[in-house]
Design a protein. Structure first.
Length: 445
């Protein structure tokens, strides 16, 4: 199954999560351990892809054409298992050889066997240590595309680029957001987790965050069906906390699907704010409805709207707005390694343009004195700090709001001197995220 998913990806890079979800649905009886194994192989191969290829080329005595995709993919799976999963060599090599034997690349069975045997003796360093050019070396060592490596090198220098890339290739922590405002209910849920043998560590920032050090199958955890928690990274939790929804207010979540932050805002307001959740893709709004349903969030108005178009946002002005804008996603590569292979430099510019349009559209529907939070799970300046700087330069009726991080339940280390949230997986251990909290000045200011 891992081979099939990877073959599809190498033929036509796709959104992996949707593909894996479809696989789990098609095989509901799959043993959770097998599922974990498939997941790890697929994500791991995509994390290390060109490094795997560079290592595999060392012992090859003839070139293996790209078209022999099954042989290549079986080799990548084998080498990943050998070096990153510590699968015993005979088992890893045997599994890959069997895959090739039963495929159109069957004549290459002996070749795959011989290459893997020799690659088992190599270290990853041998694939990149003699590469002189820093961008090329880092790009092989940490398996990132050359254009992205060059972009980050220019912005960050060698050390920080290497740290970012290494963090992108590390396993991301699994954090849950307790869905509720009641400390007693949270303590009771933590006790239930402990009773069922699940180690769960409550975190300080934000207080609803809980770390599951061992990972685990989410729907099997106590409280899942009752909607007592959702899976969410802590940096993503910061967005709703920055909005700081208050009871009685009207709040728009302009890019809402699949509804993670809508539900969080509902919880933070104690269910007493009126939330309007919009997305321009009807099929994704179905996911919002499902998530809100499981988390037992009621009273949210969910509808299709293009947030670039102020008319579609409704006639009334809102007290607060959240824009969790569509973006390149470079801040979540550690969770979605395929992002680094799917994006192009051009897409970053296109995303920034669309974000600017959404920002202008939504800003026009916020009351004087109202708050707007703009967030992206990207670490690209054009999508974050530059976007907001340009918006503020053009819109004097808006300014950055002062953020008192601790008062909002957030870690002050996540914020820069302008009060913007700018997280880096390598430094903060959370996803790469940008968020700014803006306020629309009142007419008398
Ligand atoms: C980063 S995701 C939002 C994630 C969501 N806030 C959550 O926490 O679960 C961005 C969303 O923006 C939506 N989107 C893209 N362009 C849009 C537009 N012009 N108007 C409204 N929504 C848009 C996408 O369909 C996508 O669902």
């Amino acid at each position: 199954m891992a081979l099939e998913v990877l073959l599809e990806f190498f033929r036509q890079p796709n959104a992996l999560e949707d593909r894996l979800d479809a696989l789990w649905r098609a095989h509901p009886d799959l043993d959770p351990r097998d599922r974990g194994l498939i997941h790890e192989i697929v994500l791991g191969v995509l994390r290390q892809w060109p490094l795997l290829d560079a290592m595999l080329r060392i012992p090859m005595n003839k070139t293996l054409p790209d078209q022999q995709l099954t042989a290549w993919t079986a080799l990548r799976i084998g080498l990943y298992q050998l070096h990153w999963m510590r699968v015993p060599p005979h088992a890893a090599i045997h599994a890959s050889v069997e895959l090739v034997k039963r495929s159109p690349d069957q004549p290459l069975t002996g070749f795959v066997n011989a290459v893997l045997r020799r690659a088992a003796e190599l270290t990853p360093e041998q694939a990149w240590e003699s590469v002189r050019d820093p961008a090329r070396r880092l790009s092989v060592q940490h398996a990132h595309p050359l254009w992205l490596t060059r972009r980050w090198l220019k912005q960050l220098g060698e050390e920080r680029t290497a740290a970012r890339m290494a963090a992108n290739n590390a396993q991301a922590p699994l954090t849950l957001r307790f869905h509720g405002a009641d400390d007693d209910a949270r303590a009771q849920w933590l006790a239930e987790l402990a009773e069922s043998g699940v180690e769960a560590r409550p975190l300080e920032y934000p207080p609803e965050a809980v770390l599951l050090p061992q990972g685990g199958r989410i729907p099997a955890l106590p409280g899942y069906a009752e909607g007592r928690f959702a899976v969410q990274d802590r940096a993503a939790m910061a967005a709703a906390r920055l909005v700081d929804p208050q009871p009685g207010e009207r709040i728009v979540d302009a890019c809402a699907a699949p509804g993670g932050k809508t539900a969080h805002m509902a919880a933070l307001s104690g269910g007493a704010a009126t939330i309007v959740a919009l997305d321009n893709r009807a099929e994704r709004l179905q996911r919002v409805a499902e998530n809100l349903d499981r988390l037992q969030v009621q009273g949210v108005e969910v509808r299709v709207a293009d947030a670039r178009n102020a008319d579609e946002l409704g006639a009334e002005l809102y007290d607060r707005a959240l824009i969790d804008a569509p973006c390149s996603g470079t801040g979540v590569i550690r969770r979605h390694p395929e992002i680094k292979w799917r994006r192009t430099a051009k897409e970053i510019a296109q995303a920034a343009e669309r974000q600017g349009e959404i920002l202008r559209g939504v800003a026009s529907r916020v009351k004087p004195g109202g708050v707007l939070v703009y967030a992206v799970c990207s670490m690209e300046p054009e999508e974050g700090p530059d976007q907001i700087a340009a918006f503020l330069a053009e819109n004097p009726q808006w300014r950055r709001d002062e953020v008192e991080a601790k008062g909002l339940g957030l870690d002050s280390a996540w914020f820069n001197e302008l009060g913007e949230l700018l997280t880096e997986p390598s430094e903060h251990g959370v996803d790469g995220f940008y968020a700014a909290r803006l306020i629309r000045v009142t007419d008398t200011e």
